[in-house]
Design a protein around this ligand. Structure first.
Ligand code: AQP
Length: 321
């Protein structure tokens, strides 16, 4: 089994990324697993090069501090040549309608003349990320499920029409914390690129900042700590976060507090303790640029070595060699 997944350095890593992705990537995997910083994906929206560089470094440090081994990380653009080649091969098998139906494209760019073409086609690049490494499982939050479906479709289509080259991957969506919601608005998922960051808890936030964000979290006027995602989505989000931190169920987490104020304090403390080693570890790594560079170089060499035979096979059966 090979698990592969990525994080886009479109902003600072947040609690949703940690609970829904990084924490799971760090446990239960095998020596073949790969996790990458998808800096190419971060270019699909307007961005500043200096900030992208800094965030790529920061995201890498957070991955390592989350317990993901140095042997299984790489930065996507270090494989830009291999990925660019496979991306083109796959784009030439993907319909415009298939790409335009992606929910993230509809949310972030559909109907806007200024939307980058890369925003439309990046799910194909994501398919290239997955297929190039022969991943069997792709751990993702529920929001990325559709993109993995596209990778499966493209793999089957290519294999069926040209020759068996790709492993058909499957998405693995976590049962709890599959989508952590914004603390200020439970209708929105917690997101790196949120316009208002008051409801987004970042992994590198200092403890007092985390506490303040939870204290200001929206709830409702029912004054009852119950787990009811339909009727009380904001409270349900807090209970899900608490459950994800403590390992119980959101229903069981209701016994931790009888008022909303207590619930917020309890969740805040659980999150502060969960994130403490990650924050401290990442800060240490960020103070050691040479070590981060070394990890990055080794990761690039390993990922490229693994990618080449499959890329060669794909080019060959596509009639290019
Ligand atoms: N709110 C979330 N709850 C649970 N999991 C989440 N993930 C993202 N947001 C949540 C998961 O984190 C991994 C890396 O995410 P990504 O870098 O691919 O970014 P994204 O899914 O587009 O969402 P972000 O992090 O909030 O960034 P922006 O604002 O740029 O969209 C993935 O496994 C993702 O499912």
């Amino acid at each position: 089994m090979t698990r592969l997944s990525g994080i886009t350095p479109s902003g600072h890593v947040h609690l949703g990324n940690h609970l829904g992705a990084l924490r799971r990537w760090a446990t239960g995997g095998g020596p073949e697993d790969l996790y990458f910083i998808s800096d190419l994906h971060a270019m699909t929206l307007p961005y500043r090069p200096e900030r992208l560089r800094a965030l790529t470094r920061e995201n890498l440090a957070v991955l390592l501090a989350s317990g993901i081994t140095a042997d299984s990380v790489f930065v996507q653009s270090d494989l830009a040549g291999e990925l660019g080649a496979l991306n083109w091969v796959l784009e030439c098998t993907c319909g415009f309608g298939e790409a335009a139906r992606m929910i993230q494209f509809k949310e972030k760019g559909a109907g806007q003349d200024s939307a980058r073409l890369g925003l439309l086609t990046y799910p194909v690049l994501m398919a290239a990320d997955i297929l190039l490494q022969g991943a069997t499982e792709v751990p993702v939050g529920v929001d990325q499920n559709q993109h993995v479906e596209l990778a499966r479709t493209l793999a089957r289509r290519f294999n069926g029409g040209r020759g068996e080259v790709f492993v058909v991957p499957r998405a693995v969506v976590p049962k709890t914390a599959a989508s952590v919601r914004d603390l200020s608005d439970p209708a929105r998922k917690m997101a790196k690129s949120a316009q208002q960051q008051a409801g987004v808890v970042f992994v590198l936030d200092e403890p007092d900042v985390v506490r303040r964000k939870f204290r200001r979290a929206v709830t409702d006027d029912r004054a009852s700590v119950r787990y009811d995602p339909d009727e009380q989505p904001a409270v349900a989000n807090l209970l899900e976060i608490l459950a994800a931190c403590t390992g119980g169920s959101p229903y069981a987490a209701t016994s931790a507090a009888s008022t909303y104020a207590q619930l917020k304090d309890t969740v805040a403390e659980a999150v502060v303790e969960l994130l403490r080693p990650v924050r401290e570890g990442a800060r240490e790594l960020l103070d050691d640029p040479a070590e981060l560079d070394r990890v990055r170089e080794k990761g690039a060499a390993r990922a490229a070595e693994r990618a080449r035979p499959r890329l060669d096979a794909a080019m060959r059966v596509a009639g290019l060699r």
